[in-house]
Structures are given as structure tokens and as C-alpha cells.
Write a protein of this length. Sequence first.
Length: 262
Amino acid sequence: MHGERLNDGLSAVAVGDGPPLVVLPGLGRGADLSERVPRLAVGPNAAVARGLGRTVHLINRPVNPPPGMTIAELAEWYATALRDRFPEPADVMGSSAGGVTALQLALDHPGVVGRLVLCGAASRVGEQGMRGLVEVMELERQGRSAARLGSSLVADGPLRLLMWAAMAIAPKRPSAPGEAALVAAARTWDVTGRLGELRAPVLLVSGSRDRLVPPELVRATAAAIPDAHLVMLSGRGHLSASFDRRATREIRTFLARPTLPA
């Protein structure tokens, strides 16, 4: 299965059937979807497409972005891709670091976003979470295992053990350039003061045990966005919240709501 190359190093693949839903993924090594589509990209997004009754357009960030890339620049590249791909504003869902880009996209380019879903994301990254991400990047740069720290940031309970095991047995290699560039760009990213500008309907989904983006930060973000809807999933962490059936139900209901004319 192959996708297609878009502008500025972005690449995309579409799965499912129904109205379009643009998905911006979180951190990870990423891949040029025009060359290959990893199984780990197909399965989860096919499940999202089935659960929401949508055609999911997964759009990956550049594998090798230019030095000093900012979140605003990345959002502009996405805006160009969405204008070329869709005749009308598209619904956008961003998870974690993808939510960071999606929020910047909706602020800077409101004409391309219909509804906005943010999973495990807020107007900035929590200080403790950012310190952890920077340390993970440094451990990987040194060729050392970041399994213990990385798994603790995104999961808890049995899922954390599974994440730790998967990361521990994976080959030790430096972070991908695109992943490291996104973490670097997020270190100074903060759009808290601009949240009142949002005009697209916004749904925030997060877990009460999220260590990367703490609940109090998500609540403050939701409170500052006009008419935003917040779903806080009790007992869920950063990763598990997105896969909770309650999240799927809430997102499906949200995406079915009509949008008001601009």
C-alpha cells in the first residue's frame, strides 16, 4: 500500500469510506507515505475510519524538515495541503504532537478547518512532560534506551509494561529528524493567549492520568476556547485515552453536529 507525496515534504494516505477526516499523528519516527505505509499506520487509522464512519486522510509531517522548523511553519504546510486536497474546510483531528500542529493550523488558517478534535493536547506542553521528551531525545541521540522514561510519559498500568517491553527490545537508534525537530519546536510553543481567536467547533479529549499534558492544562485550554467541549476520561493516560470507546463515541457525536455558517 502506498500513499502520495504532498507539498513541503508532507505525505498522505487515505483509508475508509465517508466524509473526510484529516488526521495529524503524534510523535514517532514517521514515514514517507508515498514510499511505504507502515502497518502501524494502517491498522489504527482504519479502525478510526470504521468507528467514525469517515475517510481518514492521514497526513504525515516531513521526514527530514529544514533546520529550525517552527510549529507555525509546519501548520502552514498543512494548510497548503488541505487547500489543494479539499474544496471546503475539512474536519481535523490531531493527537498529542499532532494536536499541537492542528491547534496552530486552526488559529493561523481558520478557512481550512471545519471542526477540530484535539486528543491529548493543549495550548502548550506541560513543563514536566517537555523535560521528559527532551530527555528521551537525548537518550536516543546517545544510543541509550529510553524505554523506562518514554513508557512512563505516555502510559500507565499494563499498557505501560507493554510499551516498556516494546521499546526495550526495539533496536537502539537516534530519533528521526522529523521527530526531534517537532520536539524542539514545541519547547517554546505556547498559543494560550490566542485561544479566544478560535471560531471552529472544538472538542478536547484527554485522560485524567495524562503525565505529558496534565488535566489542569487541558481544562484551562478548554475554558479559554469559545464554546469548546471537553471530555476528560477518568483513569486514562496520554495514550489510552485516544483508544477508549467513550472517546470514539464522543468524537462521532461531535463530528455529526452541523457547523454554523462563517
